[in-house]
Design a protein around this ligand. Sequence first.
Ligand SMILES: NC(=O)c1ccc[n+]([C@@H]2O[C@H](COP(=O)([O-])OP(=O)(O)OC[C@H]3O[C@@H](n4cnc5c(N)ncnc54)[C@H](O)[C@@H]3O)[C@@H](O)[C@H]2O)c1
Length: 282
Amino acid sequence: MREFKFENRTAVITGAASGIGLELAKRAAHENMNLVLADIEESKLQDAIAQIEINPNRVTSIKIDVSLEEDIKKLADLAFKQFGGVHLLCNNAGVGMNRTTWDHSHADWQWVLGVNLFSVTHAIRHFVPRMLNQAESSHIVNTASVAGLLSTSGMSAYNASKHGVVTISETLYHELQSLNSLIGISVLCPAWVTTGIHTSHRNRPDRFGTHASPPEGLSSSYEDRMGKAVHSGRLSAKDMALAVFEAVKENQFYVIPHRKINHAIELRMKDVLELRNPTPLE
Ligand SMILES: NC(=O)c1ccc[n+]([C@@H]2O[C@H](COP(=O)([O-])OP(=O)(O)OC[C@H]3O[C@@H](n4cnc5c(N)ncnc54)[C@H](O)[C@@H]3O)[C@@H](O)[C@H]2O)c1
């Protein structure tokens, strides 16, 4: 079995200023790793770092927009230069939005796919070749969502981005396996967790249009539902981080901490296999 060591190795985490990313950073510090933390919200990232128990020489941070390839390259350059290697790469930054599919503007699609999906493709392009050259084991964790395994209404761009993250992760898994590489990979698929995800518009870069127009009708009810659902999360961001670190240790690919969602995943798979029309989600 592959041996993976956390101690004195280096973790790179995007979206580290809040929610799941911050808990991943705290857990990595607890495991005695060096930290390279990235987020688009710079002051919040500095506040987050102040909450992490770590020797300041062992943490560095950078403000980036993960949807930009040049920013992800900067992140990779910083991590390899500062700590000489990357052993845990958590592609975690993400944004959500709720609208009917026909109320998503092209700019909405570009924003959500840029942050949630292209961040991952940029990171694979700029980290994996360098990680392949490392002598030590390393691991990539892509934060998808159960939205990457289901098709909940009102979340078309989000669903497409997360289905994309799941399939890209599976594809990369097969490719790394065929090389017998020392890089493991996991895909984190949480259901609802109480974080800042329902206020993602706070981080919408101007180039995607400052804000989407206020939702009306069905779109508005989808947005309300998301706010309530995020606050109803039964598992915490800390639970997600614990599940991720356990999965990295065990080299486990699928990380689905909310086990109650299994019935919905199974129903969707059965719909496909039995050629049934999609069963509505509860
Ligand atoms: N909270 C949930 O219910 C839930 C469920 C499933 C999956 N997820 C996923 O978990 C991940 C983390 O989200 P969270 O729930 O902790 O939300 P969050 O809003 O608390 O944290 C997301 C972080 O990403 C950062 N970010 C946003 N846009 C960015 C950009 N362009 N460049 C760099 N950083 C950016 C934000 O500033 C924030 O710090 C996301 O990928 C999200 O899709 C969350």
